[in-house]
Design a protein. Structure first.
Length: 343
């Protein structure tokens, strides 16, 4: 049986469609008798009001879309949660899509959000997304880049300075006496991976002592890829092992820890130090608590959602680039007495 419509309610109550509309939207303009008749008809027919359709007809959607790069990474879950917290203050729902670093899936979600006529889109992009976002904006759907610096882009962005984060991470490793550092991460068409490697190289070039930075590439930013990278590293002759690993994110770092520590192949940090990026909740609870570069994930989501709503209210706003600085969090994976000092 098809769902009851507003016309069905009007016919059942013996009133006009306009009267039903007034009962639903302006009850102070109708009599108590009409309210009672319409309310009884709604209950008997099981009519469900479609607020989303009503607001779309009025030109105001109650949803925004959020396309993230990697839904397996708790960092992005925390960013989405921050956006949801801010959205709830404005009675807005966040529709979430995970591209899993796949261009086709990214395009699929953007097409879906365009069809749904969401109020705006937040996106952590994979590759060059600007032409697609230009098309959305032409349809009246603004977009804000998340975890990607917009630079001279025509779109606002909210990000963390990954170059500075990479530099700070490797400076910390150098300060602890490490000289042969491997950057573990990939793929390199992800902007953040390139930026973190660039920062690592800046730290090595500026060091007062000779420091080597090699690259151990991964096919994805996952725990499994970290485990595989760790296995490749320890398969080398012992004299060719690095003495420190800088992982492009915490998932890779946790995989490295699993490969090296759980397998009993190396002592961390005595033989090799490991630092990650993001400071997800699992970092502190790892078998060897993981040092990491902390990103303000919840603040990133809240700020991006706030900017998006401001741009939907005023389409003439000039795009702005909001950049947070990451924070070095030192734990036992790079400093054996870090927890003791904090205590």
């Amino acid at each position: 049986m098809p769902a009851a419509s507003i016309r069905d309610v009007a016919q059942h109550a013996g009133v006009s469609v306009g009267t039903v509309s007034n009962v639903l939207n302006r009850p102070d303009e109708v009599s108590a008798e009409s309210i009672a008749r319409v309310s009884r008809a709604i209950e008997e027919l099981g009519y469900v009001r479609n607020d989303a359709a009503r607001k779309l007809r009025a030109g105001v959607s109650t949803t925004v879309g959020f396309v993230v790069l990697n839904g397996q990474n708790p960092f992005f879950n925390d960013v989405v949660r921050g956006a949801e917290d801010e959205a709830s203050r404005h009675n807005i729902a966040v529709l979430y899509g995970n591209t899993d670093e796949d261009v086709a899936r990214e395009r699929l979600y953007l097409d879906l959000f365009e069809e749904q006529q969401v109020r705006g889109v937040l996106i952590s992009p994979y590759g060059d997304i600007q032409p697609r976002l230009e098309r959305l904006r032409a349809r009246g759907i603004p977009a804000v880049l998340v975890d990607r610096f917009g630079g001279s882009s025509r779109f606002s962005s909210v990000s963390v300075d990954s170059v500075a984060g990479g530099r700070m991470a490797v400076e910390h490793l150098i300060d602890t006496g490490r000289r042969r550092i491997a950057f573990v991460g990939g793929p390199f068409d992800i902007r953040q991976v390139n930026d973190r490697l660039a920062g690592a190289r800046v730290a090595a070039e500026n060091a007062a002592v000779p420091v080597e930075v090699e690259v151990v590439a991964t096919g994805a930013m996952t725990v499994d890829e970290g485990v595989a990278a760790g296995a490749r590293i320890v398969s080398r002759p012992r004299g060719e092992w690095p003495d420190a690993l800088f992982a492009a994110n915490d998932l890779i770092a946790l995989g490295l820890l699993q490969s090296l520590v759980v397998g009993g192949r190396m002592l961390v940090p005595d033989e090799i130090a490991i630092i990650g990026f993001d400071d997800i909740s699992f970092a502190a609870a790892a078998a060897v608590p993981l040092s990491s570069m902390r990103q303000p994930s919840g603040m990133i989501g809240r700020t991006a959602l706030r900017i998006l709503l401001e741009e939907t209210a005023d389409r003439e706003l000039i795009p702005r680039q909001t950049v947070f600085l990451p924070e070095l969090v030192v734990r036992r994976s790079t400093d054996p007495v870090a927890e003791r000092r904090r205590a």
